[in-house]
Design a protein around this ligand. Sequence first.
Ligand code: NIG
Ligand code: FE
Length: 418
Amino acid sequence: VISADFLIDNADLVATCSGAAPKRGPAQRDIALLHRASVAALQGRIVFVGPADALRSEVALEPHAVRIDARGCTVVPGLVDAHSHLVFAGDRRDELQRRLSGTSYAEIAAGGGGILRTVAATRAASDEELLAGARARLDQMAAHGTTTCEAKSGYGLTLDAELRQLRVIDALDHTHDVDLVPTFLGAHEIPPEYQARPDDYVALVINEMVPRVSAEGLAEWCDVFCDEGAFTPQESVAILTAGSRAGLKPRIHADEIARSGGCEVAAKVGARSADHLIHADENGANALAAAGVCAVLLPAAAFYLKAGRFAPARMLIERGVPVALGTDLNPGAGLSPSMPFAITLACFAMKMTLEEALVAATINAAWSLDRADTVGSLEAGKMMDAVIIDGHLTDLLRVGSPSIRSVIKRGKLVGGEW
Ligand code: NIG
Ligand code: FE
């Protein structure tokens, strides 16, 4: 008999999303569903997932165990947000207004808005302001079911300002229940002081930032914004290769604004993920599939950018690229902290099935962050991270009408109620 101090009992449905990761092709639909099932945990780790009847004979509940009656509910793994720009200061809601009257993201950026405006505000903010803003956003993400979240630097663009953003991520990770996965994105944009000599900025990222970030253990990943108006494929290869050598694993912003060679860069450097992919074509998809790169799709960004199109999720899945999802939370076009909103757009704008989108938001997102051994599915040995939905899986798609009853991280309530 296994002992447990936490139990979600008698759920109508449990979508475990268990099995080999990442899930690609037809397996992307495999949510490994159990009917009338229970999930038990001890000290934040899952010890049992299976039929509610089997639980009675196999699991002994400790005297002060938490027991949640989940009749009428659906249980899914805690959601994993594979791409966010969580730490920033300032306000760009006026840019959103301008986009609504027809100005494009590129036009706004060219006129002094966009990323560089957030860089100025972030540099000027105090550590406390940065931390408080990020914490408030992370609370909202947790309320919408996120229990693990990737978080990037990229609004500092000097050695010290990038290190500071990463330290804020680290401080938040240590004081918030949601687990953060830190990414160094010094190559988010050429800062104003280097506009006339971009090569020098690339050299600064490679020769000074990457070594310090690595030496201080402040990031697990290195990312580059490889796109028209940002970094070229050549620069991206150089930066990501330098990152890899220093122990920072590669991931990349690719084909968001234009078809820009980011998929080929991802394949070449062995990136774990290529993100956005709004303009990715068959050749790009083939390169990702052949190299085993995961596509992290961010449909909320395409939506709020008014990009006029979404990433070709069906084509990517058909070509064998595992698909994951993220919010792309950021001050420009990343307005929604909600993974259920990303899931909804995946279904209704990118033609994914609900099962494919759920796998994308859980086990595949976990794999894209190299966390598939500890989170992303409901399996014995993994963290007790789960979302309890009042009703059916499809109730997750009722945007604006919250159907999430509880959000659980390591057996602790982080959103909703018991
Ligand atoms: O992922 N593409 C680059 N970075 C962000 C946007 C950041 C911003 O506008 O501040 C993105 O969409
Ligand atoms: Fe991004």
